[in-house]
Design a protein around this ligand. Sequence first.
Ligand code: CTP
Length: 414
Amino acid sequence: MTSQLHPDAPVRPRVVLGVGGGIAAYKACEVLRRLTESGHSVRVVPTEGALRFVGAATFEALSGQPVHTGVFEDVPEVPHVRLGQTADLVVVAPATANLIAKAANGLADDLLTNTLLTARCPVLLVPAMHTEMWEHPATRANVALLRSRGVVVAEPASGRLTGKDTGKGRLPEPSEIVELTKLLLARSDALPRDLEGLHVAVSAGGTREPLDPVRFLGNRSSGRQGYALARVAAQRGARVTLVSAHTADLVAPAGVELVGAGSAEELRVAMHEVAKTADVLVMAAAVADFRPVSLTGHKIKKTDRDPEPVALTRNADILAELVEHRRPGQVVVGFAAETGDEGTSVLDYGRAKLKRKGCDLLVVNAVGDGGAFEGEDNAGWLLSADGTEVRIAHGSKAQLGATLWDAVRVLVEP
Ligand code: CTP
């Protein structure tokens, strides 16, 4: 299942998409397309600068709505007040240093800045600028002020900037902006800056156990749940190390440190290394329980004889090891993808696994009917070592992530 809205849904969430005057304005087109295709009504409000990068006709065609930059167009509609008042969410991508400064100081000299002043809904600013501008004390102060007022200022990504520069300040990928937008529409309080000062490590994806140079034993994990967890944690202010096994071609979330791990053993080494400093360890990866006993150095050939059975040996249980070696106060979280049977429900299997693994929290998902693996959505239960059980309603993997970080936050509170 995806988190698309039903096309006949009577109320389509109203999103104002502000576009600032930066080269990344072209990525706003992809954000717009994804939002409209998933059933959102999107009104684009660019700045004059944005229209030097992307023409108004492009935004009008993609949104099916008029596009203006000033407050003197369409005056009888009073758009400078109405757009902000009636929006369910205002998202600005890219938000330039100039736009952030204006928003922090309450300036209102065009339609977008007027809309930001009249908005009473959640506001998400997604910055894009050169590293020097992002790190300048003026921008830092403006961002801090906006965040203190409840505006969600996303962490920019690192990577290639305009020209030959690289560094922090890149606009996060459109898919990531859309995920954050949907998360805030579903839960306006999902992104507080409450994980600042914490180092969290999240494992994600499916391990691959090599058989020979071209073959492996793998699993169906897409990595989406782990990546969503990392994304939400980074946007809530945590320092995030994402230990990633194989995934479905996912882009590293903005603001996280990515560590690659192929096999279960590589993931084990990486998690033990990061566990030396991390306050929270989340095992969202699908780790192979067994690996081939021997790794053939050459490609196994087809012969006329019947094939040899593949002998397997057991891999370490990384989660159980992390629990065993944890430092005082360190929080350890596991995931359990379960199928129920006649005698035992998914939840019962989950309860037993929580006890066996000894972790602080266990997220239990039902799999086997197409749920959890590979899809955009998830549902299940959040079980705590203290016996608390919370049902996690069907929603996006980012929503599940927000619920999990809420529970973790309570556990790490002094
Ligand atoms: N896990 C792990 N190391 C393994 C296997 C699993 O750390 N070798 C972790 C997973 O990342 C997950 C949790 O343990 O957080 C539960 O994984 P799951 O596959 O559901 O449980 P298993 O221990 O493998 O038990 P079983 O397959 O028998 O249900």
